[in-house]
Design a protein around this ligand. Structure first.
Ligand SMILES: [Zn+2]
Ligand SMILES: [Zn+2]
Length: 151
């Protein structure tokens, strides 16, 4: 039994979003979106595979679904510096911002905890002499420090 929070998508809304992104609606894609929505912080491929293990889906199919849904901009993919991709659901515009720019993350340097931050936490804009990626939004922002538990 999943606990639904305000702003969460219903299974029907998830199916609609997968379809609107141009992807075929499959049980696994819906399950992956539900899992990432519930997680509230980015999950690695291994974590998604482990969580969906009871379904008996193989690693390769799960990986392909994660990359397909990232390409379709349903998911956001982040590397917080340990060279492991983490996946999460793209959220409402106030959190996610314009296409191409993901929201910032806080990363604990001690335990590796990753916390999603509202887009408004950091403003990124281009300017003369600055990389063009800034005005295009093709950047990722990470803030490092110690989480509440590690302080
Ligand atoms: Zn920590
Ligand atoms: Zn995030």
């Amino acid at each position: 039994m999943t606990v639904r929070r305000r702003g969460d998508l219903t299974a029907e809304e998830i199916r609609e979003r997968v379809q609107a992104a141009g992807l075929r609606v499959t049980a696994q894609r819906v399950a992956v979106v539900e899992l990432l929505q519930e997680a509230r912080s980015p999950l690695t491929h291994a974590e998604v595979v482990a969580a969906l293990a009871p379904h008996g889906w193989d690693r390769a199919t799960t990986y392909r679904n994660l990359t397909d849904m990232t390409a379709a901009e349903l998911l956001q993919r982040t590397d917080v510096g340990d060279h492991v991709w983490r996946f999460e659901l793209r959220r409402a515009p106030d959190v996610v911002g314009h296409a191409g720019m993901g929201h910032p993350h806080f990363v604990c340097g001690d335990c590796g905890e990753v916390v999603c931050l509202p887009l408004a936490t950091v403003r990124v804009s281009g300017g003369i002499g600055l990389p063009k990626a800034l005005s295009g939004g093709a950047v990722e922002v990470q803030i490092k420090g110690r989480c509440d538990r590690c302080r």
